[in-house]
Every structure is written in structure tokens, then in C-alpha cells.
Ligand binder design. Structure first.
Ligand SMILES: [Zn+2]
Length: 454
């Protein structure tokens, strides 16, 4: 446990907790009360700066004259503010929204904003190891700090380093994001999909969504956090940092993934900063992406460009889509092991990986990642990645707690699908609730939630 004496006030406990501090004392409350300063999570005020009673804490409600409040009363107020902020922090930890609280709180004091910025820029590894790969709450991106959030950076890195476009696709279609997530459930993306309906060869097209703060999201990753749930302040204006980020990612993506042609169905403000990066760009968005004119242009260009290719079958493309997602989740080498000679069944977004009649894994909308069966896990066990080894005498049922863990792959992150081994043999598969290093170092706590075991 980390105790930081005499530091920690209502504006800073969220950030300090995010940095790893476990407990605080009340020094700031006492010191401020001595100086007639009222603490709030949004800043500090001297008694004479407050024309009216500042809050509804149990002490403040007992008086209507702020100038009459002495040391003892201000101290009680300060305690109340500290306690209520600690409660907010604890709730945010449980709901997984601590980072959002931190981004709100650091706005009020420049040195806290500077600390968060330094943390993001220089301590990415520390943060990334502690940031889950799956989350239920939405990622709120309302500040520039969001551009460098650890889960954003990790997503971008994995799209460039691990993801591979579906192999049969030859035409790139760049689309704007939608407010509703996943994108394909939104009104605008349903209109885009309608342009595919009458195509003889729709599966030769690869859709990639350009957006901030994620940069680019291949359609195959739209169910995956953070692409599955993020919320941004939409203004239609792109600032230079966003443009630079999107351009760099698109360039990196196109270095590895090549296409014969590109359709740019993006608002004019976006076209201007991406068109020069792509091969034979065809712009189909005349005014707004969802206008009749733009949609007709998109249909026509799709019709014309897709004709010249051999027909890509639905079954083939479904397989390749899951292969691309598996490459993002496990890396390309493991994806190939998992997917060898498989077929895909089920209706999107619930799709199963089948080895003839045996199910190896499944994509679900809830997780946005592949969940493995024991048969799926046994295909990956030789690859020596995403494994957790438990003690030989550990009886596997329900969850694995940290003391039962003998060793674990340090690349495991919270939310990852992991293989459990005992005596060097596969004995279970489940979801990591700690990162690999924490599993080894912790003396208590749930390490893996088991889904299947022998
Ligand atoms: Zn008060």
C-alpha cells in the first residue's frame, strides 16, 4: 500500500489514486481550516471570497452567515468535502470511470493538469499495464488529454501493429463515425450499408471509420472497447493535433494494408486532410455524408469499382473478419493457430468459430472480443502467450485467487482472455481480472474468472 502523508485534498485525491496512492490523511483539511480556506473538489476559496454559504454539508446548513464560521466549522466542512470526494473516487474505481473523474478534477488546478499530462506522456507503460482492455462504461473524450489516454494509445498501436485487413478486400471505403455505437447500429451507418445492398460483390470492400480520439477503426473492431463505447464533443471542427493523429495512423495503416482504390465518403472538412494519403481517391461525399446526392454517388462508385473483381463469398469474408479481430486481440500468429481450417457461423454480432462441429470461440457484443472454449484454448496453449500457471495442488472451480497463481504471462491485461495451466497442461480458460504481474505479486484478490475448465 502507498500512503502519501500531508498530500491529498478534494481536488487531487482522484489523480493521486489514479497514480497508485492508496490512502490519505486529513492534513489538507486542517491546514486549510487554519487559514480560513474552504476546500471543494473544484477548487479552494477563502472565507471572504464567499458571498453566501457555499454548500449543503451538515455544518454549512446550520448557519446562514459565512463570516460567522470559525476554524471548527470550516474544518468540519473540509472533512465533509474530503469524505465525499473519497466516496466518488471509490465508486469510480468500481465502475471503471476513474480516468473520467480525474480529467474533470485536474482542470481546476494547473499543476494537477500538468501532472496528468506528464503521466500520459512519460509513463505510458505504467498506465497501460493497469488499464483494462474491456469496459462497460463509455469513454468520455471531452479534453485534449483524451487523445493520449492509455487505452486510446493501446488501441492505436494494436490497429497498426497487430490488425490485418480482411485478405480478400481490395477497395478501401473511408467513413465518418456516428454518435451511436457500435457504428453499424446507427442511422447514418445503416444508410451507408444500404448502398451495399444491390452490389454483386460487396465483400471486396473494406470499411474503415475515421474518428477522434481513436484515429481509425476498421469495421471488424467496432464492437471492441474503446471503439464500442466512446463519446466525444462533436463540433465538425478538426484541430491540428487531431488531423496530425489521424494522418499518421492512416499512413501507418496503409503501409501494411494495401488496396487498389479508395472511396472517401467523408465530410469535406475531413477530405481535405486525408485525400493526399490514399491511392486513387474517389470522393463521394458532396455535402453531408447522409444526403441523397452523396449516398447516390457512393452507390454508383461502389457499383463501378466492385465489378472488376472475382466475387468474394460471404462465408469467406466472415472468416476473414474474425481473423482480423483475432489478430487484434491475440496478435497475428495466435490468430492463425486459432482460425486454421475453421468456419464461422451465427448472425452478427454473435458469431462462432467452428472446427467442423466443435466450437472454438465466440464473438459477443458484450465483450467485443473473442471468448474461447477449452477446444479453442487448446489450439493456443503451445504458443506460450496469455497463460496463467496455477499451483499443482490447486483445485480449479469458479475463480482463481492470486495466492493460487504460480506464474503468469506479464503481457496479460485486465479483461484479456487467458489460458490456465497446471502441471504444464491446459486445465481452464477465463477472463483476467488482474494484469499478469499483479497476479504473481498479489497476496489476495480474484485473478481469473473461469469460464470453462476440465
Ligand atoms: Zn459545507
Amino acid at each position: 500500500m502507498i500512503y502519501l502523508p500531508c498530500v491529498g485534498d478534494p481536488t487531487s485525491v482522484s489523480l493521486l489514486t489514479y497514480m497508485g496512492v492508496d490512502f490519505f490523511d486529513s492534513f489538507s483539511a486542517l491546514m486549510a481550516a487554519r487559514n480560513e480556506i474552504f476546500l471543494f473538489p473544484t477548487g479552494f476559496y477563502r472565507k471572504n471570497q464567499l458571498p453566501e454559504i457555499p454548500c449543503c454539508c451538515p455544518t454549512c446548513v446550520t448557519t446562514d452567515d459565512v463570516s460567522s464560521m470559525g476554524y471548527g466549522e470550516i474544518l468540519q466542512h473540509n472533512y465533509a468535502m474530503l469524505f465525499s470526494e473519497l466516496k466518488l473516487v471509490r465508486n469510480a474505481i468500481v465502475t471503471g470511470s476513474l480516468r473520467e473523474l480525474v480529467e474533470v478534477r485536474v482542470r481546476t488546478r494547473p499543476h494537477l493538469a500538468a501532472l496528468l499530462h506528464i503521466l500520459d506522456l512519460h509513463h505510458y507503460k505504467f498506465l497501460e499495464e493497469r488499464t483494462p482492455v474491456v469496459r462497460k462504461t463509455s469513454l468520455i473524450a471531452t479534453t485534449k488529454d483524451s487523445l493520449v489516454r492509455p487505452e486510446i494509445r493501446r488501441f492505436q498501436d494494436r490497429v497498426i501493429q497487430r490488425f490485418e485487413k480482411p485478405a480478400s478486400t481490395k477497395i478501401l471505403l473511408l467513413l465518418p463515425c456516428s454518435a451511436k455505437k457500435p457504428y453499424s447500429f446507427s442511422k447514418s451507418h445503416k444508410l451507408f450499408r444500404e448502398c451495399f445492398l444491390n452490389l454483386a460483390n460487396p465483400f471486396v470492400v473494406h470499411e474503415v471509420i475515421l474518428t477522434s480520439p481513436l484515429g481509425l477503426v476498421p469495421r471488424e473492431l467496432e464492437l471492441t472497447y474503446p471503439a464500442s463505447s466512446y463519446d466525444i464533443a462533436v463540433t465538425g471542427h478538426w484541430d491540428e493535433d487531431e488531423k496530425k493523429m489521424i494522418r499518421a495512423l492512416l499512413q501507418g495503416f496503409l503501409k501494411k494494408n494495401t488496396y487498389d482504390a479508395t472511396i472517401i465518403h467523408l465530410p469535406p472538412a475531413m477530405q481535405t486532410f486525408v485525400s493526399d494519403l490514399v491511392n486513387q481517391p474517389q470522393a463521394t461525399c458532396i455535402d453531408s455524408p447522409t444526403s441523397d446526392t452523396s449516398l447516390t454517388a457512393l452507390s454508383n462508385v461502389l457499383q463501378e469499382l466492385t465489378q472488376g473483381y472475382d466475387r468474394v463469398k460471404l462465408q469467406r469474408r466472415m472468416y476473414e473478419n474474425i481473423m482480423s479481430l483475432a489478430a487484434y486481440q491475440f496478435g497475428p500468429a495466435l490468430a492463425k493457430h486459432l482460425m486454421k481450417d475453421c468456419t464461422i457461423s451465427g448472425k452478427y454480432p454473435y458469431q462462432k468459430i467452428m472446427d467442423k462441429t466443435t466450437q472454438l470461440g465466440m464473438l459477443t457484443e458484450e465483450r467485443g472480443l473473442l471468448s474461447l472454449t477449452m477446444d479453442g484454448a487448446s489450439r493456443l496453449v503451445e504458443t506460450e502467450q496469455y497463460w496463467v500457471e496455477i499451483y499443482d495442488d490447486f483445485i480449479l472451480k469458479g475463480s482463481i485467487f492470486a495466492p493460487g497463481v504460480k506464474d503468469a504471462d506479464d503481457s496479460i491485461r485486465i479483461g484479456d482472455e487467458v489460458l490456465v495451466k497446471k502441471n504444464n497442461r491446459l486445465c481452464g480458460v477465463g477472463v483476467a481480472l488482474m494484469n499478469g504481474t499483479e497476479m504473481i505479486q498479489s497476496s489476495h484478490g480474484e485473478a481469473v474468472k473461469i469460464r470453462h475448465h476440465t
